[in-house]
Design a protein around this ligand. Structure first.
Ligand code: GLP
Length: 264
């Protein structure tokens, strides 16, 4: 695992956007096969998406041969609701880039048969060739996508019940009203994320410090599902000074030194 530490969220977001853009361009330069990317929602990736949009508008990057799969969606929230992850993704990314509509995949939280929806999603990912890169965030309790504490690290796409904590944290998007936050969601599993060739997780701010401490220094455990990244051969956490505030000084120095050595 690598941890890239930047001074603040703005610098971390730029790093991530340029890293992703380089990966898309590198693949486009060597093959006609599409670049398959996993995408996330939440307040954290917004600045990364803004920089990707800027690059597309400046002609520096294209999503024409990119296929995306979002990680999660609430169950029972109409797609047109402003806080559905469908609305979020169009507002902050898809409406401003050149990705083909047929290449955009987001779980349907209103499917009549949600189990069939989840199984079809896993199959569509395989049919697309599997993920080249999965971009994720992390919840304050260390959850990745909506894989709440005690989700199996072998989990795949499925229906989940959200924890009280997550619903309280996400109430800020629903007029501060906990009761308006859906109780269930569809989410890719921990193993679905980890099936990607590469995983990049964004985590900024002191509210994420405990999650990063557990994920990076703690044991690999279903208690903190991001800790599953420890077993991945190409996992990167993009952090800022605040989100690594609870790491041991030696861990902090190690990650800084590795980055410095590799950039020479
Ligand atoms: C939700 C999403 C996660 C996201 C998390 C963090 O729970 N399902 O994918 O990582 O929120 O959100 P934020 O970036 O707003 O802190």
């Amino acid at each position: 695992m690598k941890v890239i530490i930047r001074n603040n969220a703005a610098e971390g977001s730029l790093w991530a956007a340029h890293y992703i853009a380089d990966k898309i361009r590198e693949k486009a330069a060597r093959t006609d096969e599409p670049f398959v990317i996993g995408l996330c929602t939440g307040s954290t990736p917004i600045e990364t998406y803004a920089e990707l949009i800027r690059m597309v508008k400046a002609g520096e990057l294209s999503f024409k041969n990119v296929i995306s799969f979002n990680m999660d969606e609430y169950v029972g929230l109409p797609e047109e609701h402003p806080e559905s992850y469908h609305s979020f993704m169009h507002r902050y990314l898809f409406d401003h880039i050149d990705e083909k509509p047929e290449n955009i995949h987001i779980l349907n939280g209103n499917a009549a048969d949600v189990e069939a929806e989840c199984a079809a999603y896993e199959k569509a990912i395989v049919d697309a060739g599997g993920f080249d890169l999965f971009l994720g965030g992390v919840g304050e309790d260390g959850h990745i996508a909506f894989n709440e504490p005690f989700s199996s690290l072998e989990s795949r796409t499925r229906v989940v019940t959200l924890t009280q904590d997550t619903r309280e944290v996400n109430a800020r998007f629903f007029d501060g009203d906990f009761n308006k936050v859906p109780k269930q969601a569809l989410t890719v599993g921990v193993a679905t994320v980890l099936s990607s060739k590469e995983v990049v997780i964004l985590a900024f701010g002191s509210k994420k410090a405990r999650a990063l401490k557990d994920a990076i220094e703690g044991p690999m455990s279903h208690y903190c599902t991001l800790s599953g990244l420890q077993a991945h051969p190409a996992g990167t956490i993009v952090a800022d000074e605040n989100s690594v505030g609870e790491l041991k000084l030696n861990s902090y120095r190690y990650f800084k030194a590795v980055e410095e050595a590799e950039s020479k």
